[in-house]
Design a binder for this molecule. Structure first.
Ligand code: HEM
Length: 439
């Protein structure tokens, strides 16, 4: 530890980049390529086994891959600041920057990227709508929406669950939770994907301008929605709750917070959950035995949801900034270093999860998964997300137990963090629908 250049201590590594010894695999690491997109924990298996913390010259980040190290980074949010969580991972060129500026784009601190001491008082002030009692009020709406969407395709024998259910239901739930009137869903979906690409992707220079327009429009829409809410702050919704709290604690719940959260919240609350649900259903249908067991015993569902989030969660990696010279697993990390903490790799670490690649809906420590992060910033919406995933699975296993995966190639929006298949084609024989046999 303590080597002056902040280089990884790996004397055996032959290649050198930026004056640091970088092993060939570290030099090649590219989270925007197909390997990482298809299976992030498998792509960094070599690192988990041999070089758990490495510097990636292509990304300009230090990459952390083991469970204990990642948990320790999450736990210490003073040394490892979350301030870069929503920073563009790929700096954009002057043209895209000018487009963003023309919309007055000023995304700033929300909760997820706020440092202490500002973060905790804000998190506490805004926590009540996430308590289990508060969330119970949303359950009937989630169930009704899920049933309505399944009704629309149950007789078809074939569906793309992403396009026909898993985007719109979590988006509708997210808008209800936030208190946003149901806006044009297709537009919000396109804006959310642009936000993901803008924050965690590597758009080519020619794509950057289109992404910047979408993100700029999203920012302005968020501002307009907020203005409308301010005129009716007693309406239900987490954002209105924030507006009311601002009157009590103006320094804690700031204008900049509200505008930034209005936009980031729509993405945080829906895209993560849509992707997690698609990943879960795909994984279960790839393990027909597990699917059959869930159909027969819905009591297994809560743990199955945890195991899906562990094995194939919707957030593959998160980010932190080192605020001082420090060390992770014996590797010196200099102040100012940017870290990509690959939580999906932590979730496949044999040191914490026995037979980690094995998908086991009865796994006892499945809920130790780090897909929701850990510590002071751990996802506030985790129980809403769990509730949605559980209801989707309850409804599908009950109404379509004979569901199977159709032949297809899965594609992903290339980025480091938000991960789920763009389409999920499933098939079944409508004549075998239980409600036809036993209406
Ligand atoms: C924070 C993942 C759903 C609201 C986070 C973080 C992650 C995450 C990785 C950062 C944790 C950290 O830094 O330690 C997910 C996943 C979801 C999901 C995988 C779905 C499966 C939701 C939903 C909501 C939500 C539905 C809101 C309704 C938030 C908020 C934070 C957060 C407000 C910031 C908490 C803080 O910094 O104090 N989430 N999330 N999330 N999430 Fe989620």
């Amino acid at each position: 530890a303590g080597n002056p250049g902040g280089c990884p201590i790996d004397h055996a590594a032959p290649a050198r980049a930026q004056g640091c010894p970088v092993s060939p695999q570290a030099a090649e690491f590219d989270p925007f390529g197909d390997g990482y997109q298809q299976d992030p924990p498998d792509y960094v298996r070599w690192a988990r086994e041999r070089e758990p913390v490495f510097y990636s010259p292509k990304l300009g980040y230090w990459v952390v891959t083991r469970y204990d190290d990642i948990k320790a980074v999450f736990r210490d949010n003073h040394t490892f600041s979350p301030s870069i969580a929503l920073e563009k991972i790929t700096p954009t060129g002057p043209e895209a920057n000018a487009v963003l500026a023309s919309y007055g784009y000023a995304m700033n601190r929300t909760l997820v990227n706020e440092d202490e001491p500002a973060h905790m008082p804000r998190r506490r002030a805004l926590m009540d709508p996430f308590t289990p009692e508060a969330l119970k009020h949303h359950e009937p709406m989630v169930r009704r929406l899920t049933r309505d969407y399944v009704d629309r395709f149950i007789d078809d024998g074939r569906a793309d669950l992403v396009d026909q259910m898993l985007w719109e239901v979590p988006l509708t739930v997210a808008l209800h939770f936030l208190g946003v009137p149901e806006e044009d869903m297709d537009r919000l979906r396109a804006y959310s994907i642009a936000h993901t690409v803008n924050t965690w992707g590597r758009p080519k220079p020619e794509e950057q301008v289109a992404v910047a327009h979408a993100v700029g429009n999203f920012w302005q829409l968020a501002g307009n929605i907020l203005d409308k809410m301010r005129r009716n702050p007693d309406a239900p919704g987490w954002m209105q709750y924030g507006i009311r709290k601002q009157k009590e604690f103006p320094d804690v719940v700031t204008d900049s917070y509200l505008h930034s959260m209005m936009m980031a919240g729509i993405v945080a609350a829906h895209e993560t959950t849509a992707n997690a649900s698609a990943n879960a259903i795909k994984l279960l249908l790839q393990h027909p035995e597990a699917w059959r067991e869930l159909c027969e015993d819905p009591g297994l569902l809560p743990n199955a949801v945890e195991e899906c989030l562990r094995h194939n969660g919707s957030v593959a990696a998160w980010r932190r900034l080192a605020t001082r010279d420090t060390e992770i697993a014996g590797v010196a990390i200099p102040a100012g270093a940017r870290l990509l903490i690959v939580s999906s790799s932590a979730n496949h670490d044999e040191r914490h999860f026995a037979d980690a690649d094995f998908f086991d809906i009865r796994r006892e420590n499945a809920s130790d998964q780090l897909t929701f992060g850990y510590g002071a910033h751990q996802c506030m919406g985790k129980n809403l997300a769990r509730m949605e995933m559980q209801i989707f699975l309850e409804e599908l296993t009950r109404r379509l137990p004979h569901l199977r995966l159709a032949e297809q190639q899965f594609t992903y929006v290339p980025n480091t963090s938000f991960r789920g298949p763009e389409h999920l084609w499933v098939e079944w024989d409508p004549a075998g629908n239980p409600e036809r046999r036993d209406p």
